[in-house]
Design a protein around this ligand. Structure first.
Ligand code: AP5
Ligand code: ZN
Length: 217
């Protein structure tokens, strides 16, 4: 299956993507994680991306699309993928359509995670992620690690993302509303959008998403 996950910052895209990708047997492709990996390696791409991310802005389309395309063309993504954080504006969505069309393939669904803004702010404020792998995600009150400050998966150090400060979160929400939300209408016109209420226990939301995908098949 080829799926896109959308939703505001902190909606739980990464949390759900890890679980859904495992259940569906497709790779989880997160452009945010790819940028953070490049930042931790101090690559040129990482240095460029960091300046935009720390300000809460989108990284320019040219580099983002090239990076996402390269990842989608890896052998493990041949039979499907779950995109998390890409596309993030209409021109990225158009670029994705062109790429898929050139290969004669299509998206199966766009899952829109619906979470009220005040909950999103709480989720981001308490989020802690692992230095070794930013897909290892915890929350200080909702889903703490067994040992404070230490990742349950790999014993890595947990830290708060630089872009999770209050000011940057406000900017990321504004960017979401102005630049990312329009892709929901773009995909609605293609009949691909499934809205998933994303309040409640993590496992419950995964179940809702899997059931919705079954209906889409
Ligand atoms: P990215 O990393 O994609 O960030 P985001 O979209 O802002 O989303 P988040 O990672 O903040 O949240 P999430 O929805 O994954 O939530 P999570 O599962 O962690 O992008 C970061 C930056 O990179 C962008 O601002 C931009 O600069 C750049 N970028 C990335 N892609 C780009 C693109 N395509 N184009 C241009 N620039 C791009 O959950 C949040 C917290 O809530 C966690 O602590 C979690 O434990 C907790 N939680 C999750 N689910 C629940 C639940 N059901 N109940 C209680 N708590 C929960
Ligand atoms: Zn870890």
């Amino acid at each position: 299956m080829r799926i896109v996950l959308v939703g505001p910052p902190g909606a739980g895209k990464g949390t759900q993507a890890v679980r859904l990708a495992e259940k569906l047997g497709v790779p989880h492709i997160s452009t945010g994680d790819l940028f953070r990996f490049n930042i931790s390696r101090q690559t040129e791409l990482g240095k460029l991306a960091k300046s935009y991310m720390d300000a809460g802005n989108l990284v320019p389309d040219e580099v983002t699309i090239a990076m996402a395309k390269d990842r989608m063309e890896q052998p493990d993504a041949k039979n499907g993928f779950l995109l998390d954080g890409f596309p993030r504006n209409v021109s990225q969505a158009q670029a994705l359509d062109e790429l898929l069309q050139s290969k004669g393939i299509k998206l199966d669904a766009v899952l829109d995670l619906e979470v009220p803004e005040e909950e999103v702010v709480k989720r981001i404020a308490g989020r802690r992620i692992c230095r070794n792998d930013s897909s290892h995600v915890f929350h200080v009150t909702y889903s703490g690690s067994k040992k404070e400050g230490v990742c349950d998966v790999c014993d890595g150090e947990l830290y708060q993302r630089d872009d999770d400060s209050e000011d940057t979160v406000r900017k990321r929400l504004e960017v979401y509303h102005t630049q990312t939300e329009p892709i929901i209408d773009y995909y609605k016109a293609q009949g691909l959008v499934v809205t998933i209420p994303a309040l409640g226990p993590v496992e419950e939301i995964t179940k809702r998403a899997l059931e919705a995908l079954k209906r889409e098949k």
